[in-house]
Design a protein around this ligand. Structure first.
Ligand SMILES: NC(=O)c1ccc[n+]([C@@H]2O[C@H](COP(=O)([O-])OP(=O)(O)OC[C@H]3O[C@@H](n4cnc5c(N)ncnc54)[C@H](O)[C@@H]3O)[C@@H](O)[C@H]2O)c1
Length: 366
């Protein structure tokens, strides 16, 4: 017997909503029923663009009993409030990252989802795409032996030169660590498992930056978060990773993820993308490119995996515990750099699960 299509409501009709709505509206297991935003016109315009039948406020969305899943695409500062409101109405929630700005907000979300018997899933879901999944499967099959160390690099000059309104990317809760860190650290946790300790340094070269494009060009805004972070992350397995997150680099290097194992090394594609090539290295042999195998869909995959898993009675992959552990690592990195000492990471994750490479998000579940 086929289950009823899952009624979906999207909150937050901003920049990233196009990527979500363009995929969510193509999944046959989902029925996108509502788009909500503080800005009613923006919500209405996105609903119209994607053929969603209704739009309005979050309060209106929450009173719709057909909506079982809320996709929270609001700004980080609103994530906890919006997710809690939905969880407390007995709705499942998929939230963009970071799930909360601090550990207590994240803990409240985990408890509320549990209390209400509903699912909570946390972005990113880029690692469910063919690109990273192909690399993860190669590592899981033992092709580099035991994974021992990693190097990840995300460094740019910062988005202030091209973004028309970049202040929020330098405000508390953002910066390169919290904005880009989730992609890299989620991938590392998928490979190495639970982190136990971090040691980090951070700096910023400017107290203020200037908007470089658009109507606000030439205006200045405060830099609240460090713009250069180097972190050493230690894992319970004994493995370790060095990660660089920077908005201070004239030499742009992004999406660099190299894993070295006892019998080889592999570079993975950009963890902020769903596709891309992994490359294998074995001493004395030619490098080997791996063609990405798996689904080539985009944002929304994590929410679909969550609801299909819920209906099948299985665990979902981009889980609340995974999101919470990644946030805990990022906060610990920030604390370590500020306090100039190592910080223990105490949160836990469930066992990492592999995604079926034959999973087709466009196939209706039975
Ligand atoms: N823009 C990107 O490229 C990108 C990529 C990946 C993830 N994200 C994540 O997606 C989230 C949203 O980013 P964005 O770039 O779309 O931001 P945005 O500022 O463009 O859009 C956010 C929208 O949420 C609405 N909103 C804020 N608080 C609300 C509330 N309480 N109730 C209802 N609506 C509310 C705003 O009015 C706005 O329309 C962030 O968490 C960000 O980290 C963004």
């Amino acid at each position: 017997m086929q289950f009823e299509r899952v009624g979906v409501g999207v909150v937050g009709a901003g920049n990233i909503s196009d990527q979500y709505l363009s995929h969510l509206t193509t999944f046959p297991d989902f029925d996108v029923l509502f788009v909500a935003d503080l800005d009613a016109e923006r919500a209405a315009s996105q609903a119209k663009k994607y053929g969603v039948p209704a739009s309005g406020s979050l309060a209106e969305l929450l009173t719709n009993d057909r909506i079982q899943l809320v996709i929270n695409l609001t700004i980080p500062a609103a994530h906890v409030e919006v997710s809690l409101a939905a969880l407390n109405r007995g709705k499942h929630v998929w939230s963009e990252k970071p799930m909360a700005l601090d550990r207590s907000g994240a803990a409240q979300l985990l408890e509320t989802a549990k209390k209400n018997g509903v699912r909570l899933g946390i972005a990113p879901d880029t690692f469910l795409g063919a690109g990273i999944q192909t690399g993860l499967n190669a590592i899981r099959s033992g092709s580099i032996g035991k994974p021992l160390t990693a190097l990840t690099i995300f460094q740019t000059a910062g988005p202030d030169s091209w973004h028309p309104d970049p202040a929020f990317l330098f405000a508390k809760g953002a910066g390169p660590l919290f904005d880009m860190g989730p992609y890299y650290v989620t991938t590392l946790v998928q490979i190495f498992g639970k982190a136990t300790r971090v040691t980090a340094t951070s700096s910023k070269s400017q107290e203020n930056r200037t908007v470089g494009s658009g109507p606000k060009k030439g205006t200045s805004f405060p830099v609240e978060e460090p713009t250069q972070i180097t972190a050493l992350i230690e894992f319970a397995s004994g493995a370790s990773a060095v990660s660089i997150f920077s908005f201070e680099a004239a030499h742009e290097v992004t999406g660099f993820v190299e894993i070295t194992g006892s019998e080889g090394a592999i570079t993975l594609p950009d963890p902020n993308n769903f596709d891309g090539e992994s490359v294998m290295y074995q001493a004395g042999q030619e490098q080997k490119k791996l063609t990405a195998v798996g689904n080539k869909h985009g944002r929304g995959l994590g929410a679909l995996n969550m609801m299909q898993s819920f209906l099948a009675g299985d665990d979902h992959i981009a889980s609340a515990n995974l999101g919470n552990h990644v946030l805990d690592i990022l906060i610990s990195i920030s604390e370590s750099a500020a306090r100039k000492e190592s910080v223990a990471v105490v949160s836990n994750i469930d066992k990492n699960a592999a995604l079926d490479p034959d999973w087709d998000p466009l196939r209706r579940s039975s």
